[in-house]
Design a protein around this ligand. Structure first.
Ligand code: AMP
Length: 221
């Protein structure tokens, strides 16, 4: 099963990708995490990311290409944050063809822009394992300790500031949302209400992926 989790920044793609990874053993390919990882981030990419702009297509396409060819993707993968532009979507089609795979579902998490700003502004991450929390919507069970690994250090992303978030949302609407009709045309798009609780969204995603409701879903493709 090969999935794209689609939606604006703050829609909950990362949280749901983590859950899909745990539940189905799919490789989690988060383009933002890959760009932020110390070995990858070059100064050029950092400048774009700090401004809230998309990094150049060639750079992210090369990173995803390398990652898709790794062994753990053979069992299936979840793309989180890629593709974000038409050239990226085209490049992904080419890469999938090369490795003889196809998309099972593109799952869109639909969220209201005003809520997104609120969601993103309260977000923080465990510095040790990367688990994502929120001041209001996904609090730590024990204050000061990560639910997943017990880590006690947390960080907030530099590009989660309100001004930068507005720019990231603008580029979502201008460059990324226009890909939705493309995936609808391929018969793989499923849209769910991303404003529901994390548990409800997970339940809806599980219902989609276990329904086998499109022609590619049943194949190990
Ligand atoms: P994310 O963690 O998905 O919100 O991504 C954080 C930042 O990384 C974005 O605001 C972009 O600057 C950059 N980025 C992540 N994925 C892509 C992509 N597919 N294309 C271009 N830039 C990306």
């Amino acid at each position: 099963m090969n999935l794209i989790l689609f939606g604006p920044p703050g829609a909950g793609k990362g949280t749901q990708a983590e859950r899909l990874h745990d539940a189905y053993g799919l490789a989690k390919l988060s383009s933002g995490d890959m760009l932020r990882s110390p070995g990858t981030l070059n100064n050029l990419a950092r400048t774009y990311m700090q401004r809230g702009d998309l990094v150049p297509d060639d750079l992210i396409i090369a990173i995803i290409r390398g990652r898709l060819n790794q062994k753990d993707c053979a069992r299936g993968f979840i793309l989180d944050g890629f593709p974000r532009t038409a050239p990226q979507a085209e490049a992904l089609d080419g890469m999938l063809k090369e490795i003889r795979k196809s998309l099972s579902y593109v799952i869109e998490l639909k969220v209201d822009d005003r809520q997104l700003i609120e969601r993103i502004a309260g977000r923080f991450t465990c510095a040790k394992c990367g688990a994502v929390y929120h001041d209001s919507f996904h609090k730590l069970k024990t204050e000061g300790a990560c639910d997943a690994c017990g880590g006690t250090q947390f960080s907030r992303r530099e590009d989660d500031k309100v001004e930068t978030v507005a720019r990231r949302l603008e580029s979502y609407h201008r460059q990324t949302a226009p890909l939705l009709p493309y995936y609808k045309g391929k018969g793989v798009l499923q849209t769910i209400d991303g404003m529901a609780s994390i548990e409800e969204v997970t339940a809806k995603i599980n219902a989609i992926v276990s329904s086998g409701s499109n022609k590619n879903a049943a194949k190990n493709s």
